[in-house]
Design a protein around this ligand. Structure first.
Ligand code: SAH
Length: 458
């Protein structure tokens, strides 16, 4: 280990910064966030530094460096563009056993600044020991994405409960068990959505009934297939799941991002093959949650767009089980973005309408009149089975037979395919498309020729 990470209490401690440019300003900003009293030595200050000197903890001490300035300081930072001066400061500080950092000059640093993830009071520092700062920054970005913003607040509350928990559980392993459960369970979920009072009640409740476990159901919209379109919240929730329930729309790429040791249950449903009914899925969700599990139900696209997500949380509500919903990028938004077809465009479409091709099977007749406006983009989900009728009815009710259509198959995925044709030949196009497919009908489809940007790789 080349460097020992330490978290230093700099509150009210004097720190000397030699240099008045933007790099110095960034460090001074950080130092003042940590409560340090900064003394600057520089001939000239950049604008942000001038503003900072108006704060009470930042003082422009002198124009020129002098060794005496090292007396009674805690840390020294040199950020000048004069390498001789930087070397001198390093030597002087080191001779006095002061910690010193010469910016961007690793051999002249007795301490280095790590990349920081700040969820105060939780602070994570990452360092490559000065070898590859960009790699450390990339790691930081990855971790930033994974660590929910409520982490800090959760730690603050845990601090307030520490004594109570200690009193209730004399054995350390019991205390650990209590906190494990709190930080991965319903307390954490409630904190995530800002239900502070309920979260505190949960802690109190769990403090008196440690054996009572409460499960929950979280619907997560995972988008149309490309894992990059999963939301941060969706990913965080998937990492905390006890059980992951998914169907055929959820790609392997996404499923692989779930918690490794979560149980995975496929409740696949296809148009012709209703191997498991919606009612059975609802019951399964409720039963698993009643066992005290955190059940994460993954749904393609968005749970509330033709996803029966409403019915699943109705079942949860009726059973008195807490639930949450994480929205997702619905197929029409994802697939058209990746096909270079803007759903609205000032010149071609002033409105957009999402429709399911399945309404026939439910005995509902679509209001065709509203579906044929020339300046409206029509997006049809689950259209394959009824495609011949859809094409015929739209033409019959007045939509131009040569209206451009796109059949987007497996949108946003590695094997996305886009077929372009007209409303009249939509049924033939649909015949060749691999599921899942989406139909886009309207003048905006013509833009695909110029705006297609995504390259399928399979
Ligand atoms: N809740 C989902 C829709 C579920 S209905 C959402 O918001 O996207 C299932 C239909 O969605 C499929 O029949 C197909 O029409 C469409 N679909 C889902 N993923 C798709 C994809 N990657 N490419 C094209 N269409 C898709």
């Amino acid at each position: 280990m080349d460097y020992l990470p330490l978290f230093v209490d700099l509150r009210k401690k004097p720190v000397l910064v030699v240099g008045g440019g933007h790099i110095a300003a960034r460090k001074i900003e950080l130092l003042t966030q940590a409560g340090a009293c900064v003394q600057i030595v520089a001939c000239k200050l950049c604008k942000p530094l001038i503003t900072m000197t108006e704060q009470k903890n930042v003082e422009w001490l002198a124009k020129y460096y002098h060794i005496q300035q090292l007396e009674r300081v805690f840390l020294v930072i040199a950020a000048t563009n004069n390498s001789q001066l930087n070397g001198q400061i390093y030597q002087d500080a080191t001779n006095r056993y002061l910690l010193v950092n010469v910016i961007d000059d690793k051999p002249l640093c007795s301490f280095i600044f790590p990349s920081i993830i700040n969820r105060t009071p939780i602070i994570i520092a990452i360092s490559s020991s000065g070898t590859a700062p960009t790699l450390a920054r990339l790691l930081r970005e990855k971790m930033e994405a994974l660590l929910p913003s409520h982490l800090g607040k959760m730690a603050e509350i845990a601090d307030q409960w520490r004594d109570k928990v200690k009193e209730r559980f004399a054995i350390p392993s019991d205390r650990r068990h209590f906190w494990d459960k709190a930080f991965t369970g319903i307390f954490s979920s409630q904190m995530a959505v800002g239900k502070l009072e309920e979260a505190k009640r949960t802690l109190n409740h769990q403090l008196s009934n440690i054996n009572i476990s409460r499960g929950e159901i979280i619907l997560v919209g995972v988008g149309p297939g490309n894992s990059g379109l999963l939301t941060l919240r969706g990913l965080q929730v998937m990492q905390l799941a006890d059980v992951l329930l998914y169907d055929y729309l959820v790609s392997d790429e996404i499923l692989n991002l779930g918690r490794r040791d979560a149980d995975r249950i496929c409740v696949g449903k296809r148009a012709h093959d209703h191997s498991i009914t919606q009612e059975e899925i609802n019951n399964m969700l409720v039963t698993l949650a009643r066992e005290g599990k955190r059940v994460v139900r993954l749904k393609g696209g968005d749970p509330f767009i033709f996803g029966r997500g409403g019915e699943e949380i109705q079942a949860a509500a009726e059973a008195g089980i807490p639930f949450q919903v994480v929205p997702g990028v619905t197929a029409s938004l994802g697939a058209t973005a990746y096909a270079g077809i803007p759903l609205t465009h000032r010149d071609y479409a002033q409105s957009v309408l999402f429709m399911t091709g399945h309404c026939h099977s439910n005995g509902i007749v679509p209001d065709w009149e509203t579906l044929v406006h020339p300046y409206q983009t029509l997006v049809i989900y689950m259209g394959s089975i009824a495609v011949t009728d859809i094409s015929r009815q739209l033409i019959k009710h007045g939509r131009d037979p040569i209206t451009p259509v796109a059949v987007i198959s497996r949108g946003t995925r590695k094997d996305q395919n886009v077929l372009i044709g007209t409303l009249r030949n939509l049924p033939e196009l649909a015949l060749y498309a691999a599921a899942p497919t989406l139909f886009i009908i309207g003048a905006v489809v013509n833009l695909h020729r110029h705006l297609a940007w995504y390259q399928a790789t399979e």
